[in-house]
Design a protein around this ligand. Structure first.
Ligand code: AMP
Ligand code: GLY
Length: 475
């Protein structure tokens, strides 16, 4: 076959990385991205999916676009479209699409459901209980702490809360207050917190584990070390300023983000651990989901794991499931994929994943996210306005400069950018989000890849640009 047309559905940096992986296939001539961002149209073979000059966003419009252009295969990145049932709609229309059906997104969309299922099928998880009644949840907290004075709880809003729905507690008071704030007042995560999961807090090292499956065969993907906190070591002053501006009373709290960067391969995920995770977690979850629900899970999946130690042995336990690839993890994992992305996706669709061999480059990729940081802006009233920056309130629409100075071997995936006109009417690139660009350096060794990323990110400028300096250090 030649002349393949692929459609990637994703607005962010993960979507850029997926589109780039498809564009490397000799079987693919054109990669459309919906809704995409400015980066989607800056890669070879890639274009934003447009209708009447505007990016297509609604599922119905995306379907129409795919039909009109004769798209052969669609690949869906983010949980929003997946849980809205985009895969079901495409399938009903007779279009080939890679990603889990809506029925499977409950694994990410309801933490309580996922934990009940995993317990049922014998996948290791922390002890948990689900509650819809705050009084009962508070009662459980009191008896848990009376019986386990050495232990702690994590309080989780059951539903989707943009990755922020978990409160890791260090005392009974904190756990009780978390339940109050999620379920009663101020209902921190809205309806996502109508039900909560109270879960034993585990100690250990965290690991994100990615896999691909056609519903029967499950293959591990390469993994990535991630950096979730907004600030790195030595940034105490910036943390305090951030918290003063965002109104967090705990001035030393280093906030969580969707990810500030990462690198692949993962430094301590060895073959033994990977096999154990596959055998005890990934394979049983895919099989158990099929047997319990009758639906095959097809596509990418990632497990948030805690690697605990029990009698000197490493025991992985599942903290969360996500029905997709991570962002920015995809930006450092996918550039290392040497297997043809189109053939891999076809095999997932056709239930023939067992016929594929996944090949990875031995190189290391280091990705550093440039985010919209603190900006002081003169407001129109004459009073200065200041915003703390991502993950808190931040300004967008800042012109981006310097991309042309980036070396050709360094990848720049766009998380939040758009083309627009500056005051003189010239076309420019502007920021549109909290995370703006992910600069990916590559090298035979971590150190070299890290240097490539940092040498190049320094050439990029926009008002408020900030990035962690320690990606690739302190694993
Ligand atoms: P989640 O919303 O489940 O992805 O959790 C977000 C973060 O909270 C995780 O990445 C962990 O750092 C932490 N966490 C969640 N569950 C637990 C647990 N049972 N024990 C310890 N930490 C947890
Ligand atoms: N980087 C974490 C996520 O995509 O959920």
């Amino acid at each position: 076959m030649s002349g393949g047309k692929v459609l990637v559905v994703d607005a962010g940096g993960r979507g850029n990385a997926i589109a780039h992986a498809f564009a490397r296939s000799p079987l693919v001539d054109r990669v459309y991205v919906a809704p995409g961002n400015a980066g989607s149209s800056m890669m070879e073979k890639c274009r934003i999916a447009l209708s009447g000059g505007d990016p297509v966003r609604e599922i119905g419009d995306i379907v129409s676009f795919a039909k009109k252009k004769g798209v052969d295969l669609t690949f869906v990145g983010p949980e929003g479209y997946l849980s809205d049932g985009i895969v079901n709609v495409f399938t009903e229309e007779g279009l080939d699409v890679v990603g889990p059906r809506r029925e499977a997104t409950v694994l990410e969309g309801s933490k309580g459901y996922a934990k009940d299922l995993l317990k049922e099928i014998g996948v290791p998880i922390p002890h948990h209980r689900n509650f819809t009644d705050p009084e009962e949840a508070l009662g459980h907290i009191a008896s848990f702490y009376a019986e386990n004075p050495e232990k702690n709880l994590v309080v989780k809003a059951d539903g989707l809360a943009a990755g922020k729905g978990s409160i890791v507690c260090a005392s009974e008071e904190e756990a009780a207050s978390a339940v109050e704030r999620i379920m009663v007042e101020p209902r921190l995560f809205g309806d996502a917190g109508r039900r909560v999961v109270l879960e034993e807090r585990l100690e250990g090292r965290e690991l994100m584990f990615f896999a691909v499956t056609d519903g029967r065969t499950v293959f591990p993907l390469e993994s990535a070390m991630d950096y979730k906190r907004a600030f790195g070591p030595g940034e105490e002053v910036a943390i305090r300023l951030y918290n003063r501006l965002s109104g967090d009373p705990n001035l030393d709290h280093n906030p969580n983000t969707g990810g500030m960067g990462g690198y692949s391969p993962h430094p301590w995920l060895d073959d033994d651990l990977s096999e154990r995770i596959m055998g005890e977690i990934a394979v049983p979850t895919i099989r158990g989901f099929r047997e319990e629900t009758g639906f095959e899970y097809r596509g990418m999946i990632y497990f948030g794991l805690m690697i605990t130690e029990e009698e000197g042995e490493r025991v992985p336990k599942v903290l969360e499931i996500n029905v997709r690839l991570g962002d920015p993890e995809a930006e450092v994992i996918l550039p290392r994929l040497e297997t043809d992305m189109y053939l891999l996706s076809r095999a997932v669709l056709d239930g023939e994943l067992d016929s594929v061999k996944l090949k990875w480059s031995p190189d290391t990729c280091v990705g550093v996210c440039a985010i919209s940081g603190r900006v002081v802006k003169p407001a129109s009233s004459g009073v200065q306005e200041e915003r703390p920056g991502y993950p808190g309130p931040h300004y967008t629409n800042m012109p981006i400069r310097g991309l042309e100075k980036v070396d050709p071997d360094v990848l720049v995936y766009h998380n939040g950018t758009a083309f627009g006109r500056d005051a003189r009417g010239a076309e420019r690139l502007f920021t549109t989000g909290g995370r703006v660009l992910t600069v990916v350096g590559r090298g035979a060794k971590l150190q070299a890849a890290r240097e490539r990323a940092y040498e190049n990110i320094r050439r990029i400028r926009f008002n408020g640009i900030r990035y962690r300096r320690d990606i690739g250090l302190f694993p």
